[in-house]
Design a protein around this ligand. Structure first.
Ligand code: C6P
Length: 427
């Protein structure tokens, strides 16, 4: 079953049992959630920045370094074979997770940022020329702005930007008008990290493909919160970071359609991405190795595979339903706080609650919340153009994950009341 919002529920993402969603059991899987911070129980609501890691992932990393560590694709010895098999199995897990056609379409990178830089430097350099255009939206993370800006400056091309309505939804009519004969690529976030808006990516892709334009989706804020099916979406590139999916830092994924990746030149040169080298020339390796120069983050990829196993056991569709219910609960509670304004109220949202409090700086709010063990993020969230659009320098942002519960939200609201009292107290 698929929705207009690009959310697919397929067998692969439903390997969990039909038992009721047990958030307390999920919490117990994450060791850090039982620690105290500043003498208070940790209330972790900074999941859009990075998620915590379940014991299954931590154990897999320990197991790898304890008994499997070796370099891959190179050695003739036993450990190298074991490590290579584990690394490639992780790639196959990502392929199944995203519903990609084949593992060759999965390139391991450091994270979303590197994935987008790869596309901008390789696909972009080859296909964007003077006078061409790349379409982004106002709600993009800097990682999906700056690489395109650098490319456009180098080529004499232009960025065209899809506006956002007051509720945080993209203005699709404006997007449609921007698509033109000079558009070489559309690069749009699947889910906004600062607003929580789930963009209508199926429609966005359909409109672009209608004019023969490829689409890159930034899935950094999507993959931990909904099943994603790149085949059903028919997107051309999809990127995400392992650390936002309960996996390790320093590992991420670029999905690309094989035909596009095949036609692209390497992004970086080095070991593993070549077939042969002389001082005159190099012949490049097959996909996906052509894009994986140097020793990769082997442990990271294997840890990401364990994270994927973990979320599939939980069931992303069930996690999404839980987070949606919690978002509704939190929205109602936050809206009842006097002087609090939510930024971003799209009809389709993940569990991101960006807010400002009358007369208080979000950084001060974040600092006071931290004194109560409540971890949120305050700042521009690497979306400065979006902050400008909403006329705020920054917001405070609480972001939910599959292990958050109503007690977390209650603690957040209590801490906000306290922050208001402390920060408004005359000195
Ligand atoms: N957003 C946040 O607190 P990296 O750093 O490469 O893993 O991910 C970059 C990135 C790209 N796109 C989106 C939509 C993102 O949310 C992020 C990371 C974090 O919102 C850190 S700024």
């Amino acid at each position: 079953m698929e929705t207009d919002w690009g959310i697919a529920t397929k067998e692969n993402n439903m390997v969990h049992s039909a038992a009721a969603y047990d958030v307390e059991r999920n919490r117990a899987d994450f060791p850090v959630l039982s620690r105290k911070v500043r003498g208070k129980p940790l209330v972790y609501l900074d999941n859009a920045a990075t998620t915590q890691k379940p014991k299954a992932v931590i154990d897999r990393l320990t197991e790898y370094y304890t008994s499997e560590n070796a370099n891959i694709h190179r050695g003739v010895h036993y450990l190298s074979e074991v490590a290579t098999a584990a690394y490639e199995e992780a790639r196959a897990k990502v392929q199944r997770f995203l519903h990609a056609v084949k593992p060759q379409e999965i390139v391991f990178v450091r994270g979303t940022t590197e994935a987008i830089n790869l596309v901008a430097n390789s696909y972009g350099r080859l296909n964007v020329e003077e006078g061409d255009e790349v379409i982004l939206s106002v709600m993009e993370h800097h990682s999906n702005i700056v690489p395109w800006q650098i490319l456009c400056q180098e080529k004499g091309a232009q960025l065209r930007v899809v506006p956002v309505a007051d509720d945080g939804e993209l203005i699709l009519e404006a997007y449609e008008k921007l698509l033109g004969p000079r558009t070489k690529l559309v690069a749009i976030t699947h889910v906004s990290n600062a607003l929580g808006t789930i963009n209508p990516v199926r429609e966005i892709i359909g409109l672009a493909h209608g004019k023969g334009i490829p689409v890159l989706l930034d899935g950094a804020q999507a993959v931990a919160h909904m099943p994603v099916d790149v085949l059903a979406l028919d997107c051309d590139f999809y990127s995400f970071s392992g650390h936002k999916l309960f996996g390790p830092t320093g590992i991420g994924v670029l999905y690309g359609k094989a035909a596009l990746l095949d036609a692209m030149l390497p992004y970086q040169g080095g070991g593993d991405m070549i077939r042969s080298v002389s001082f005159e020339k190099a012949a490049y390796n097959d996909l996906p190795f052509k894009f994986e120069a140097g020793t990769p983050n082997i442990a990271g990829a294997i840890g990401l595979g364990a994270a994927i196993d973990y979320v599939q056991r939980i069931g992303l569709d069930r996690a999404a339903a839980h987070e949606h219910e919690l978002l509704h609960y939190a929205t109602t509670k936050l809206c009842a706080v006097q002087g609090l304004q939510l930024v971003g109220s799209a009809r389709q949202k993940t569990g991101i609650l960006s807010f400002v409090l009358d007369g208080l700086h979000p950084h001060d709010v974040g600092t006071v919340l931290d004194m109560d063990g409540v971890a949120i993020r305050a700042g521009h969230h690497c979306t400065m153009p979006l902050m400008e659009r909403f006329g705020v320098p920054a917001t405070a942002r609480a972001s939910l994950a599959l292990y958050n519960n109503r007690e977390d939200v209650d603690a957040l609201v209590r801490a906000i009341h306290k922050a208001i009292e402390v920060l408004r107290r005359p000195t």
